[in-house]
Design a protein around this ligand. Sequence first.
Ligand code: EPZ
Length: 424
Amino acid sequence: MHSIVVRGGRRLSGSVTVEGAKNSALKLMAAALMARGTSRISNVPDITDVDIMSEVLVGLGARVERSDHSLGIDTGDVTSFEAPYEMVARMRASISVLGPLIARLGEARVAMPGGCNIGSRKIDMHIRGLEALGVEVEIGHGYIHATTPGGLIGADVTLDFPSVGATENLLMASALAKGRTVIENAAREPEIQDLADFLNAMGARISGAGTPVIEVEGVEALHPAEHRVVGDRIEAGTYLIAGAIGGGPVTVSGFNPTHLDMVLTKLERVGCDLERHPDGVTIALHRRASCVDVQTLPYPGFPTDMQPQFMTLMATADGSCVVTENVFENRFMFADELVRMGADIRIEGHHALIKGVTELSGAPVRSPDLRAGAALVLAGLGADGETLVGDTHHIERGYERIVEKLASLGADIRRVEDATLKGV
Ligand code: EPZ
């Protein structure tokens, strides 16, 4: 087990390039199951969630070969339709194989994904939507067992909430359904568009991805395809906030700035100078940040995956503000860790009331989840003294080489084996 030790106060400048989006790559890997043969996916991040999804695919009978940041996924021998508990329990995104298995094999048996530190992570919308497509779903003994006695039939499905995962599973299942499917109140995240682009390259007939209404004309079969994963807008936003905390100028490349519009708008209100480029953004902050209210919403609203990082920036900003979390029911756990570093944050329901303090003080903290862990590393960049961030396996699920990338910007940061720690 590792921890990350950060000594704060260093000025950060320079440039970093983000990897392909974790929250697209995992679904593209699942979608590869839908075509017999070998699909190739490039710009895949080197993170543990990709390792786990590779194991899930191999467990289903696929062969996955990896070179540098590319995957070759040969699904010729996929015969099993079961994603076992030990896999799904390690990564709830494994639920993304549900739609592809039903589409390819007509049956799926997937362990119910557990909740996690940010919320219950229900899947009722996935199930209701699949049932509308003619899927019969039985839930028991911790498993979802889906069958299609009458085959997949296109239908009109309206989601109660624009769920990313539900939209993706329905998109994949409907691609091979008989007839037309319309998904209303669909999620609009750029990762949804990336998945639709890959499915269309495989021969699907999808239109409207990225808008609230997605139309799918089912086809008989899909064929393997090649695809480059869209740049990771959340990884990019994380390094942009590092640039604000460290002063900058910091250039973050490898992503489409329009995918972060709301975040960039808020950072400009905070007082950051931003320069947009075709494949990235340069950020600098020449004064103390100003407190700005934020509320998380489905895309194109402020992304919930940027909420912890933004709260860290607000912790030492001038004034008071409110951060409202509308997407997950329990995504403020890490605020207590910031308070241990001297932040003045009070949680009231799904609002975090923040009063900016002049400086945080370094302290041992723990990462409750992926984005919170990254946010605590960011807090250490600006804190007085050393911060020890524990449980960094959460961070490594979604951030490739975060220590190396921040060090390349001038941060005093290192990874240490927990066993060697004698307190910091
Ligand atoms: C995806 O999760 C991302 N994960 C999350 O990123 C991200 O925060 C989330 O979308 C929102 O953008 C991956 O793509 C692997 P949802 P997902 O379905 O699909 C409720 C990260 O840090 N809901 O849009 O699970 C659910 O409980 C992770 O990279 C139901 O009630 O998100 C949640 O409160 C964290 N019933 C809300 O909707 C359902 O059937 C949003 O969930 C489905 C969801």
